[in-house]
Design a protein around this ligand. Structure first.
Ligand SMILES: [Zn+2]
Length: 532
């Protein structure tokens, strides 16, 4: 099987899904996670469609990546405008990104009914735009939009579009099932024709899941000779979503013999999938192939010892290969190794016994609703507490929050905290725009004098999720806070039946971790943040 390039579209196409939103800093964390996984190309979006994208490209320009190249995404030139004079193309040309992906029409229906240009002008729009960016030193990919629907209507024209891109110097043409309605046999037939007509053209595949076949269509395309696969993490995207890159990676590598990722990178698959869900404040799908919590869970009554003795009888792959685990027995083993490694990274001395205690503690907390994938700060504090090298910032006597709504519609919030630092008592009251903000201000007022680094710590994100899965105890609230001190970014978590109590716990972890990191010499940079 030829080398297959992995192309991630989470940050552009994936954001088209309902309720999907990430800040520039969060997107940067996703890019690093994908780079650590070993993805080859990452589509970051259009360089300056809005201030957020502008900020993201600014951040990306200063970063170094191991495997990933950053791709800027845009459109072919507008009709009847010279490529040099097209604003969008100029922005792409000026972007630092070495690779540009242009979306262009390849279906006569869209050319005539949507863009309303002649078929010839559409071909010129494709070739002029690509030639212009190639002259500017860019490597260019064409996303041939609606390719398979266009091919069904007029195979000759769809091929002309791909050929025009190739002639203009495109590195690759990506065949897109934009409406997501194709089935594997259609993909197979169209691809055979394309390969025959344009045997030297490097191809990619971009599918959507409207027929439930996005992954299957991608695999069929690889069989048919495509050498780049596009998708999004966990299949997020418009409507029913894009092809799920997580599933595709595992299928290609473990079932189709493609050498995509080194084993230690493939073992990050589960962690990466959950990390992106956590950042998006989405509950990871427990039934997701390969990486879901239940992907390797065995039916009750099946003896765990039997499974570990002959796991191939019940499991299609060894779950550890993708960083997942089957059940308690195996999870404890893989869990201990992970914890020893995390402790080493945090500079905490550990041994088997320590790792076992942390595993037990994490299991207990997960049962209560904790999830540490996006709460690396809280996880490191947990390890510190377990190892005995933990210093609390303060000792809590009590806190209280008052929220008052008045007749004029105004809501006032006030928090009072009562804490001890060494043998000094601090009682502070502060107002805020909400309970967490008021508690944060009161707490900073009390300890900011002693710990000036606290002023650099900013809470950048606050996410709340109601968990109804917790057994027997009714709904509990999980709060995730992302914080930054300008150099590093970390996550913290709190879980409680009470929203404000959960927020308080996450807030305290967030500040304590920030202070710990401020003192330790090994402080992780934004590059490695969020990896717990
Ligand atoms: Zn798409």
């Amino acid at each position: 099987m030829a080398d297959i390039q992995l192309y991630d579209a989470t940050l552009r196409d994936g954001m088209g899904g309902g309720g999907m939103s990430l800040t520039a800093d969060e997107k940067l964390r996703v890019v690093h996670a994908l780079d650590e996984l070993g993805v080859h190309m990452i589509e970051a979006g259009f360089p300056s469609s809005n201030p957020k994208e502008e900020q993201l490209f600014g951040l990306l320009a200063d970063e170094h990546f191991d495997t990933a190249e950053i791709v800027a995404f845009g459109m072919t030139r507008r009709r009847e405008v010279a490529a040099e004079a097209d604003e969008g193309l100029r922005i792409l040309a000026e972007s630092f990104a070495p690779v540009c992906t242009l979306v262009g029409k390849s279906s006569p229906l869209h050319v005539e009914k949507v863009v309303r240009v002649s078929r010839e002008e559409n071909l010129r729009m494709i070739s002029d735009s690509i030639a212009f960016l190639v002259r500017q030193g860019k490597r260019v990919l064409l996303d041939a939009e609606h390719f398979f629907d266009g091919f069904a209507l007029d195979p000759g024209y769809a091929l002309d579009c791909a050929g025009a891109a190739a002639d203009a110097g495109a590195e690759r043409v990506v065949l897109c099932d934009t409406n997501g309605g194709s089935l594997p046999p259609q993909i197979r037939v169209a691809l055979a024709v394309v390969r025959e007509a344009l045997p030297d053209l490097a191809l990619g595949i971009h599918t959507h899941d409207d027929s439930g076949c996005a992954v299957a269509n991608t695999l069929v395309a690889v069989e048919g000779g495509v050498t780049q696969v596009q998708g999004t993490i966990n299949g997020i995207g418009e409507r029913t979503g894009n092809a799920n890159l997580i599933t595709i990676i595992a299928d290609l590598q473990l079932k189709m013999g493609c050498e995509l990722l080194a084993p230690e990178r493939l073992a990050r698959l589960t962690e990466t999938a959950h990390f992106v869900d956590e950042l998006l404040n989405r509950l990871p799908d427990p039934s997701q192939p390969y990486v879901g919590k239940h992907a390797f869970a065995h039916k009750a009554g099946l003896h765990a010892a039997g499974v570990s003795a002959a796991s191939e009888t019940f499991e299609h792959i060894d779950p550890a290969v993708v960083g997942n685990h089957a059940d308690v027995l195996i999870s404890e083993l893989s869990g201990r190794a992970t914890i020893v490694e995390k402790a080493r990274q945090a500079g905490i001395a550990s041994d088997e016994d320590f790792a076992q205690r942390v595993v037990e503690h994490v299991k207990e907390l997960e049962h209560q609703g904790f999830q540490f994938e996006a709460a690396d700060g809280s996880f490191e504090l947990l390890m510190r507490k377990e190892s005995g090298v933990y210093e609390p910032l303060f000792r809590l006597e009590s806190w209280r929050v008052l929220v008052e709504k008045r007749a004029d519609g105004k809501v006032e919030t006030e928090a009072t905290i009562n804490i001890w630092i060494a043998d000094q008592q601090y009682i502070r009251t502060a107002e805020g725009n909400g309970p967490v903000n008021a508690l944060d201000r009161a707490l900073r007022d009390a300890i900011g004098e002693i710990h000036p680094h606290l002023r650099d710590i900013e809470l950048v994100n606050f996410k709340v999720r109601i968990l109804d899965e917790a057994k027997g105890t009714g709904a509990v609230t999980r709060v995730l806070i992302d914080a930054s001190d300008g150099q590093r970014m970390w996550g913290s978590i709190g879980v409680s039946e009470n929203l404000i109590a959960a927020s308080w716990d996450a807030l305290v972890d967030s500040l304590e971790y920030g202070m710990q990191g401020g003192k330790s010499s090994s402080g992780s940079t934004i590059r490695s943040a969020g990896r717990a």
